[in-house]
Design a protein around this ligand. Structure first.
Ligand code: NAP
Length: 637
């Protein structure tokens, strides 16, 4: 897989474009043609795509064919001058293109359009400063914990700014959750072209990237950007303590063989992720089981499932990926489902990208940028109204508003289609909670096909106990050789098991209890110069993009360092009143969203029913809130 950051546009022959034209995603091709020719008459109403089908138009094939041909004729005279094409549309053109693409809600789309369009080969959010320029005598430095998507990005921004930094990683390779999760068919269910840093695209072979390639992408990102030399592998952070006198953090680490090492730093970034501590169910008798147990996040590739009786506990995103290939080789599989997942019809989930489309993505300059734009923008703007509780509607565990009810009907129609007349199965696979109360899982028909296999049984009772030979539910016993826990992560245990000690000896976990919260998910009063990435309330359900949120956080943290350097200060500490006002808003807004309102089980809610995981506001507000550090939010020393 090629890294395309450095690719310079080469000339393209018209006949080559003609050859691959039928593979073009029409919305991207139209936007690119308008970009190159300035001819906005191509933004025709009858060619406007349907938002849910993007990057495909969702229009009849003959309409797509007509649009492709018109675009081809308009583009052909310009193909031998690709390197002269503007890298970005003018503000006016971008506005027209965006208004055409996003029939609604246009206001948020326009607000996010500039940051959403990333020209090929450019990194618009590179820090516009270096420590040398801003404060040549500064002794500032940083430590980052973790080398997943977040930590590597923080490292890059520090490197670009010329800030000395170290990244501490407990594993022996980069990648975080994409290094640790290696279960069969592990892949992202976010489209590859937006599950990458916006400014480092790749030649993805599939629409949804497989784990090994995502890990490879992150590894290459670290190598290509010179981050490897900054990483201390095999060191787990055990504690971090703020020193008031020096205005620094002391970071304590331990290696696998017990060696201890201390790092001192001004700025500390926790980029430890949310999905790295496997959650094991507390089931009576589990330790007495004589067979093999394994968790999706701690896969043992020596376990052979061929001809075995396998029990799977959990039906979340991970189980829906690992269970189907195992069911194909196991003798019997019993799947224990506590709650059914909502499924979203995603036919290309396991498909390769068409070779013609790959040619266009790799050869037609800025086509990739528009292709990404057409996927990214609708998803980052999202569809919060579908997940918003309408008190007038009379919300129930079926649906919480008229829009949510429509979504429920659409998703139920897909399930009915899958069950194909099997009413008993349909009842089993239909969730008993409103859509968007938890993650809606992408599906290409594989899940229900698996459930319909002769050797697979779906049990909708909870497991009551485990004994030496298998699993009990109620009075029934199921014999098993292997039990697989697809039971997820302790996502709400932010930053565990590190001890973080802030000013005046305050302990972060004691202060948080089970209610983790941080301003914009990043900063906290009493913990100067300490920032979280992918911290509390920075995940999204149907209105955002995780990598975009990480890019916002990295931008915010780099800006905080710039402020420290510019002002000649040693520390900045969030004002308690800023945090309290923010926190109240997050609690209030979360309760208005399906996931904060529904009483269904989910890792989005803590034991007291507070949502510490999800961002409850439009993505635009996250972008605007992290675009710059506001000095008035902090006390400085
Ligand atoms: P998950 O979404 O938390 O699902 C865990 C499953 O186990 C749920 O079905 C849950 O039931 C069940 N469960 C948990 N505790 C149980 C218990 N004590 N008894 C019976 N059932 C129990 O975990 P996951 O599937 O590993 O996914 C976690 C997150 O990782 C996802 O939401 C997603 O963000 C990410 N992920 C993404 C991908 C992807 O991109 N394709 C793949 C895998 C994971 P309830 O629903 O009733 O709680």
């Amino acid at each position: 897989m090629k890294n395309l950051l450095e690719t310079a546009p080469a000339d393209v022959a018209a006949e080559d474009l003609r050859t691959h034209l039928d593979s073009a995603s029409v919305p991207a091709l139209i936007m690119l043609t308008v970009h190159v020719t300035g001819d906005t008459s191509l933004l025709r109403d009858e060619w406007r795509p349907s938002l849910p089908t993007l990057p495909e138009s969702g229009l009849p094939a003959e309409v797509d064919a007509e649009a492709r041909l018109v675009c081809f004729e308009a583009l052909a005279p310009h193909l031998d001058r690709q390197q002269d094409w503007d890298s970005e549309p003018s503000d006016e053109l971008r506005e027209q293109i965006t208004t055409w693409l996003m029939s609604a809600p246009v206001e948020d789309a326009l607000a996010l359009s500039k940051v959403s369009f990333v020209p090929n080969g450019e990194d618009p959010r590179t820090p516009d400063w270096t420590l040398d320029e801003v404060a040549p005598d500064s002794a500032l430095s940083a430590v980052v914990i973790g080398t997943g998507f977040s930590g590597l990005l923080a490292g890059l921004r520090f490197k670009q700014a010329g800030l000395p930094f170290t990244i501490i990683e407990k594993n022996h390779d980069v990648g975080g959750t994409w290094w640790e999760n290696t279960y069969p068919d592990c892949r992202t269910d976010v489209r590859s072209h937006i599950y990458t840093y916006s400014f480092v695209q790749s030649d993805w072979p599939t629409h949804f990237g497989r784990q090994a390639l995502i890990h490879d992408y992150l590894h290459r990102f670290a190598v290509d950007n010179g981050l490897m030399d900054h990483i201390e592998f095999g060191h787990e952070v055990t504690a971090a303590t703020w020193n008031e006198d020096e205005q620094t953090w002391t970071v304590e680490t331990k290696t696998d063989d017990g060696e201890e090492k201390i790092f001192d730093t001004n700025v500390l970034v926790s980029a430890v992720g949310q999905l790295n501590k496997p959650s094991y169910p507390n089931i009576e008798g589990i330790d007495s089981f004589k067979g093999t147990t394994l968790h999706s996040a701690r896969w043992d590739h020596d376990v052979d499932f061929t001809g075995k009786r396998v029990a799977v506990i959990g039906t979340g995103a991970s189980a829906l990926q690992f269970a189907p290939p195992i069911a194909r080789v196991a003798d019997e599989m019993t799947i224990f489902q506590r709650s059914a997942p909502w499924l979203k019809n995603t036919p290309v989930l396991r498909q390769d990208i068409d070779p013609g489309e790959r040619w266009l993505l790799n050869h037609l300059h800025q086509y990739r940028a528009y292709y990404r734009y057409s996927i990214f923008l609708p998803r980052v703007v999202g569809n919060l109204p579908n997940a918003t509780v309408d008190p007038e509607y009379g919300p129930t565990e079926k649906s919480v508003s008229a829009a949510n009810e429509q979504l429920r009907k659409d998703l139920t129609a897909y399930l009915a289609d899958q069950a194909d007349g099997d009413e008993e199965l349909l009842a089993q696979i239909t969730p008993n909670y409103p859509p968007a109360a938890k993650r809606i899982i992408c599906d290409d028909g594989t899940w229900v096909k698996t459930l319909k296999r002769d050797n697979v049984r779906l049990v909708t009772h909870v497991v009551t106990r485990v004994d030496e030979t298998g699993v009990w539910f109620g009075d029934e016993h199921v014999k098993a050789d292997i039990i697989i826990f697809g039971t997820g992560f302790k996502a709400a245990d932010f930053l565990m098991p590190m001890t973080i000690t802030g000013t005046e000896g305050r302990d972060l976990h004691e202060e948080w209890g089970i209610d983790a919260s941080a301003f914009m998910g990043t900063a906290l009063p009493g913990y100067p110069n300490f920032f979280c990435m992918y911290g509390p309330n920075t995940n999204t359900v149907i209105h955002g993009n995780l990598v975009f949120f990480l890019e916002c956080q990295a931008n915010y943290i780099a800006d905080a360092v710039k402020v420290l350097a510019e002002d000649g200060k040693k520390s900045l500490n969030l004002k308690p009143e800023v945090f309290e006002e923010y926190d109240k808003k997050i609690v209030a807004e979360s309760s208005k969203r399906t996931w904060g309102w529904s009483k269904t089980h989910s890792w989005y809610m803590n034991a007291e029913g507070r949502s510490t995981i999800m961002w409850p506001l439009p993505a635009r507000e996250y972008y605007e809130g992290t675009h710059h550090v506001r000095r008035e939010h902090f006390d400085f020393k």
